[in-house]
Design a protein around this ligand. Structure first.
Ligand SMILES: Cc1cc2nc3c(=O)[nH]c(=O)nc-3n(C[C@H](O)[C@H](O)[C@H](O)COP(=O)(O)OP(=O)(O)OC[C@H]3O[C@@H](n4cnc5c(N)ncnc54)[C@H](O)[C@@H]3O)c2cc1C
Length: 394
C-alpha cells in the first residue's frame, strides 16, 4: 500500500490513530461516507498482534467480506471446564460460537477495506504529540504534522494518544500470555472442533485452546493485574492437556477490561477500542467492542455536523447504549466468576449448563447480557435449578 505523507495545507476531516479493528472500522465508515480520512499506524501491515483471534458471531456479522474471509476455522462447539472441581460443560450451536482468525491477516483485511473505501493510510507513522484547539487537531509524527477536524485515538491498550490528549486513565489492564503452538496432526485434530475454556488453573483467570487452521492458539490470563506467573501456568496447562509442542511462539500483553474514567471524547478527540478500555471483563474478548466503538465513533462524527460538543454527546450516548451498559454487567459477573470461588462453585454445580447456555446466547448476539440477566423466565428456571437436589449431592 502506498504510504502517505502529512500535508498541512490539506487538512483531513478525520485523523485515526491506530489501524486495529477499532481504527480501521471507523476509517472505513467515515471514508465511505465521503470524508477525507487519514489512518495512521506505527506498524507496517500486515503486522502481528498478540491475540487469541477468537471472533464472536456478533462481530462476524458486521465485518467487511474480505475480513470475514480470513476466518480459518469456525467452532460450533465450546467447552468450559473447572479443572479442580471436576465440572465440565459443553455447548453446541448451529452457528459458530467462536470463529478463529489470525490477527495479522484479519487486521490487514480491515485496513485494506478502509483503504478501498477511500481512507489514506500512513504506516510506520507513530503519533508523538497531540495539539487541539476549537477548530481541529494536529498530530505530530516522524512523517510530518497531520491536521484534521476530528481525531480518533484507537491505538490499543498501551497506546499513548489518550494520555497525550489529556484523558484520564483508570482502566484495569490484566495480563495475558498467548502462544501459537504447532503440534502433531493427531493433537491438532483432537482439539480442532471446539473452543476450550479452562478455569481453576490460573487462580483468578482462565486458560484457553483455540484451534487455528494449522496450529493451536493457547493462552492464559489473570483477571487482576499483578504477578500471575503466567509462563509457569502455560507450561502447566500444556502438560495437563498432553500437548507436546513441535514449535511454540509466546507473547505476553495486557487487556483493558474496565473503561477509562469519562469523558470518552474531549474537545475533538474520541477514544475507541482498547484505548478506551472496552474489552469484556468476563471473557476478555475485545475485538467486537473495538469494531463496535469504531462504528459508533464514525456515526457520531457523521451525525454531529462538525460541532465538537454534539459529536461528544452523540458518542457518549451511543457508547452507553451499545456497549457500556452490557460491559458493566459483564464486570459484575466476572467478579463472581474470578473472585468469589465459593459462590462460583455453588452456582456452576447447580446450574452450570444453564449459565453456559445464557453466555453462549449472548456471545452469539441472540440476547444482550442485561436483558438475559433481567429476564424473569430465566430467573424462574435458575431458581428451580438452585433449589433442586444435585444428583449424588447431599
Ligand atoms: C493474549 C491476548 C489474547 C486475546 N484474545 C482475544 C480473542 O481471542 N478475541 C478477542 O475478541 N479479543 C482478544 N484479545 C483482545 C483484543 O486483542 C483487543 O481487545 C483488540 O485488539 C482491540 O482492538 P483495538 O483496535 O482497540 O486495538 P489494537 O488491535 O491493539 O490496535 C491498535 C493499533 O494502534 C497502533 N498504534 C499503537 N500506538 C500507536 C501510535 N503511537 N501511533 C500510531 N499507531 C499506534 C498499533 O500498531 C495497532 O495497530 C486478546 C488480547 C490479548 C492480549
Amino acid at each position: 500500500m502506498e504510504n502517505l505523507a502529512a500535508s498541512a495545507d490539506a487538512p483531513y476531516d478525520a485523523l485515526i490513530v491506530g489501524a486495529g479493528p477499532a481504527g480501521s472500522t471507523a476509517g472505513r465508515l467515515l471514508a465511505a461516507a465521503g470524508l477525507k480520512v487519514a489512518l495512521l499506524d506505527k506498524a507496517r501491515f500486515p503486522r502481528s498482534k498478540t491475540c487469541g483471534g477468537g471472533l464472536i458471531l456478533r462481530s462476524l456479522a458486521r465485518l467487511p467480506p474480505a475480513a470475514a474471509a480470513t476466518v480459518e476455522r469456525a467452532c460450533f462447539e465450546a467447552e468450559m471446564n473447572f479443572l479442580a472441581s471436576g465440572l465440565s460443560f459443553h455447548v453446541r450451536r448451529k452457528q459458530p460460537v467462536v470463529a478463529m482468525a489470525m490477527r495479522d491477516r484479519f487486521d490487514h483485511a480491515l485496513v485494506q477495506a478502509a483503504v478501498a473505501s477511500g481512507a489514506q493510510l500512513c504506516e510506520e507513522c507513530p503519533v508523538e504529540s497531540v495539539v487541539q484547539n476549537a477548530e481541529g487537531v494536529q498530530l505530530r509524527t516522524p512523517r510530518g504534522v497531520f491536521s484534521g477536524r476530528f481525531a480518533i485515538a484507537a491505538d490499543g491498550a498501551l497506546g499513548r494518544m489518550a494520555a497525550l490528549a489529556g484523558f484520564l486513565d483508570g482502566r484495569l489492564l490484566i495480563p495475558a500470555l498467548e502462544a501459537e503452538v504447532h503440534v502433531a496432526a493427531p493433537i491438532l485434530a483432537s482439539f480442532g472442533q471446539r473452543a476450550r475454556f479452562d478455569f481453576e488453573l490460573v487462580p483468578d483467570g482462565y486458560a484457553w485452546v483455540f484451534p487455528k487452521a494449522d496450529h493451536l492458539s493457547i493462552g492464559v490470563l489473570a483477571a487482576a493485574p499483578g504477578e500471575a506467573r503466567l509462563q509457569q501456568r502455560l507450561e502447566e496447562y500444556l502438560r495437563r492437556l498432553d500437548i507436546v509442542p513441535l514449535r511454540i511462539e509466546k507473547h505476553g500483553y495486557v487487556i483493558p477490561v474496565r473503561p477509562r474514567r469519562p469523558p470518552y471524547a474531549k474537545g475533538r478527540v474520541l477514544l475507541a477500542g482498547d484505548a478506551l478500555g472496552l474489552a469484556d471483563a468476563l471473557t476478555a474478548e475485545g475485538i467486537s467492542s473495538a469494531l463496535r466503538s469504531g462504528e459508533v465513533a464514525a456515526h457520531a462524527i457523521l451525525d454531529g455536523g462538525g460541532a465538537a460538543r454534539r459529536v461528544a454527546r452523540l458518542y457518549q450516548r451511543g457508547l452507553r447504549r451499545e456497549l457500556l451498559r452490557e460491559l458493566a454487567w459483564s464486570r459484575r459477573l466476572a467478579h463472581i466468576l474470578y473472585f468469589k470461588p465459593r459462590l462460583r462453585a455453588f452456582l456452576f454445580r447447580r446450574c452450570g449448563q444453564q449459565l453456559c447456555e445464557v453466555l453462549t446466547d449472548c456471545l452469539l448476539g441472540e440476547e444482550r447480557l442485561p436483558q438475559a440477566l433481567l429476564n424473569p423466565r430465566r430467573w424462574i428456571k435458575l431458581l428451580a435449578s438452585l433449589t433442586a437436589r444435585v444428583p449424588g449431592g447431599s
